[in-house]
Unconditional design. Structure first.
Length: 294
């Protein structure tokens, strides 16, 4: 996930050196990616991360359900795009790998699918590269890059080796934008990424919200106050703005996204408060005399 660090990792020519260098882990500060890992039932976390999460859960005990719903969205969105001919995906802010990663879902649908993962965190890079087989590495890569530096991500040699930006791309911003503060202009970051995509590309996005109960949302967000990134929940209208200029896929922005009528999961049937929204939208064709932007 994107953190408050401004270091533009993607501009470094030695990603491999960064990835394989012995890491000095600061276990005194809760780490956003490790907190998410714990919320998803993973084991790549430390006591400081678990303690921070438990403070969040004390005020929002059903948050893990919404995070799992976001992962369900990811899998459905990839399948939706693949069924409609998208064979290349750019996943920014991928986080520590868990079951049902983008390349696993995409390549099950289309063996030729290509995936470029981007994350600012060398810890994530180490975990992700350890999971890739030699065969997958020809069609899948993960690089260091910060969402706050979209042009650097788009110019990264490994990204451009995997992704052909002259063809439609599935751009994935799943559970990452709520770690970008308002003063970092998250709307501009999304627009700059989408402007580089060919018509027919899809933006797949989930974002945390406090809409079910703003007071509870604010209290839960405070659990990230001392973490590597702060939590910035947004309203339905604020999240919808990320899709300006794009065409929503039905049912639009919702907490229960299932356009292909896949069988509902037990999670969906039992969840009450959904602390997030998700949507997929398509970049329309460029009209005569218009520029390449949205």
């Amino acid at each position: 996930m994107a953190s408050e660090s401004r270091e533009p990792w993607a501009s470094s020519p030695d990603d491999d050196a960064q990835a394989h260098r012995p890491l000095t882990l600061d276990t005194s500060v809760p780490h956003t990616a490790r907190m998410y890992d714990y919320l998803l039932g993973g084991k790549d976390n430390f006591a400081v991360d678990r303690a921070a999460v438990e403070k969040v859960l004390a005020v929002m005990p059903d948050m893990p359900q919404s995070i799992k719903l976001s992962r369900l969205f990811l899998r459905r969105a990839v399948r939706y795009a693949a069924r409609r001919g998208i064979t290349q995906f750019l996943d920014v802010g991928t986080g520590i790998p868990t079951a049902g990663n983008v390349h696993e879902v995409a390549q099950e649908m289309s063996p030729e699918a290509r995936v470029a993962y981007v994350d600012h965190d060398p810890i994530v890079l180490n975990h992700a590269r350890a999971l890739l087989s030699d065969e997958q590495q020809g069609r899948t890569t993960i690089v260091l890059g910060d969402l706050r530096e979209p042009e650097t991500i788009l110019a990264h040699p490994e990204v451009r080796e995997i992704i052909d930006f002259d063809r439609p791309v599935g751009l994935m911003l799943v559970a990452v934008l709520h770690f970008i503060r308002d003063d970092e202009d998250p709307y501009s970051l999304v627009k700059r990424l989408c402007d580089a995509l060919a018509p027919g590309s899809m933006l797949m996005l989930t974002h945390a919200t406090m809409d079910p109960d703003p007071e509870t949302g604010l209290s839960a967000s405070a659990g990230w106050a001392n973490a590597s990134s702060t939590m910035n929940m947004r309203t339905f209208d604020e999240i919808q703005r990320f899709f300006d200029g794009l065409e929503f896929v039905e049912p639009g922005l919702t907490g229960r996204w299932n356009p292909d009528d896949e069988p509902p999961e037990i999670l969906e049937q039992s969840i009450k408060n959904i602390w997030g929204y998700g949507a997929v939208a398509v970049k329309p064709p460029t009209g005569p005399g218009e520029g390449a932007g949205r």
